[in-house]
Design a protein around this ligand. Structure first.
Ligand code: NAD
Ligand code: GLY
Length: 372
């Protein structure tokens, strides 16, 4: 086992550790047993992750003297809905859990979000642990306690803030992750540099390729730095009444693009965020808020690692500027055609910009669509 970085997320009685390192799956039993739950651990995962990593966790729990039961769900976003929640909670209740039972979410953001939500509701709340296995889940979704499911009204509209007791991010499991999923997670890593850590962004410009190629030390540093940044923001604003909104940098554009592509395989969440961050920078530059060179620098880095930065790879039907702006209308608080966005005054200088004119946003989207 190589070096482990541990970050504490300080939320008073809901505080927890986020451990990052290679080989943590094999150590998960000891670390989970130390939380002191008596009843068997219920490990929930998806079919893909079950085939790759479930045995390691089960054996590790056994070695630490903890019995476990497994629940395996189908992979993909389709699992994260009301039907999936019914299936999952029924399967959990079939195992006759007690208040002191523990759920373990082993998988990407889909598993983390639905298991966290089930944990908040089963027996009015039982403890859960996050073992994120995608890069996106390691640097974003497993930390901070946002849990939930999708409905026909949109993504993540039903859920709860419910913090895990522990996060174990084993960077070694990223070796089995498809490259496209890895890159999508990388967009969220770059986001932390772009919102408030210019030195980290500069480090990523030098080392991003190593992070993606699988260099263990670079990966660990990127995940630790990201989790530390998220932990610091969440500790100060758990329920997103203020600064936590910075974590949505690139997401207003990105979410509209995801909605227009049907949240399907044409565009992964992290890919949408990468395009959205470039658009947020371009809008900032157009409004005279940041230098054009900063916007170009952000785009250059995302493109250099292989992320999409424009609308060119998307179906034409999904990039209609009016339709995209109409999603933003539904998505955010719009007043008199003006909306709140996360914009940037430079690399590492994101801020909450109120009162942005949607006409400016549509003009930007028109230019981006014309260039595609
Ligand atoms: P995902 O959970 O669907 O995982 C992507 C794919 O990778 C799946 O097919 C999965 O089976 C597979 N996989 C997972 N780990 C693997 C591994 N180690 N090796 C090989 N394959 C592996 O997707 P995701 O990108 O991790 O998460 C997306 C979800 O996260 C969305 O539902 C999104 O809404 C949510 N999200 C939540 C938050 C939050 O704060 N709660 C933040 C961002 C995103
Ligand atoms: N992913 C954004 C947040 O957790 O607030």
């Amino acid at each position: 086992m190589s070096e482990t970085g541990t970050i504490s997320l300080d939320l008073g009685p809901r505080s927890y550790d986020i451990c990052v390192g290679e080989g943590l799956l094999a150590e998960s039993g000891r670390r989970i047993a130390a939380l002191g739950h008596r009843a068997p651990a219920i490990v929930v995962t998806d079919e893909t992750v079950a085939g790759l990593h479930l045995d390691t966790v089960t054996r590790s729990l056994e070695a630490a003297g903890m019995a476990s039961r497994g629940i395996v769900l189908p992979p993909g976003e389709g699992t994260k809905d009301f039907n999936g929640l019914i299936r999952l909670t029924d399967a959990i209740l079939d195992l006759a859990p007690e208040r002191r039972s523990l759920l373990v979410a082993l998988g990407g953001g889909v598993i983390g979000d639905i298991v966290g939500f089930a944990a908040s509701a089963v027996l009015r709340g039982i403890d859960f642990v996050q073992i994120p296995t995608t890069l996106l889940a390691q640097v974003d979704s497993s930390v901070g306690g946002k849990t939930g499911i999708n409905t026909r009204h949109g993504k993540n509209l039903i859920g709860a803030f419910y913090q895990p007791k522990l996060v174990l991010a084993d960077t070694g499991v990223l070796d089995t992750l498809p490259r496209r999923e890895l890159l999508a997670g990388y967009a969220e890593i770059a986001k932390y540099g772009l919102i408030d850590d210019p030195a980290f962004f500069a480090w990523l410009e030098e080392n991003g390729q190593a992070v993606i190629a699988g260099d263990a030390a670079a990966r660990r540093r990127a995940v630790v730095t990201s989790c530390r940044a998220k932990a610091e923001i969440v500790a100060g604003d758990e329920r997103e009444t203020g600064r936590r909104a910075l974590l949505n940098f690139g997401h207003t554009f990105g979410h509209a693009l995801e909605a227009e592509t049907g949240f399907g395989p044409d565009l992964l969440h992290g890919e949408a965020v990468a395009i959205g961050m470039v658009m947020a920078f371009n809008l900032s530059a157009r409004l005279g808020l940041c230098a054009a060179e900063d916007a170009a620098r952000a785009r250059r880095h995302l493109a250099a690692v292989g992320l999409p930065t424009g609308l060119d790879r998307l179906p034409r039907s999904a990039i209609d500027p009016r339709a995209l702006v109409s999603h933003m209308h539904q998505d955010k608080k719009v007043r008199d055609g003006r909306v709140t966005f996360i914009l940037a005054r430079g690399i590492g200088k994101a801020f909450i910009a109120e009162n942005i004119d949607l006409g400016d946003v549509e003009a930007l989207l028109q230019d981006a669509a014309a260039a595609a």
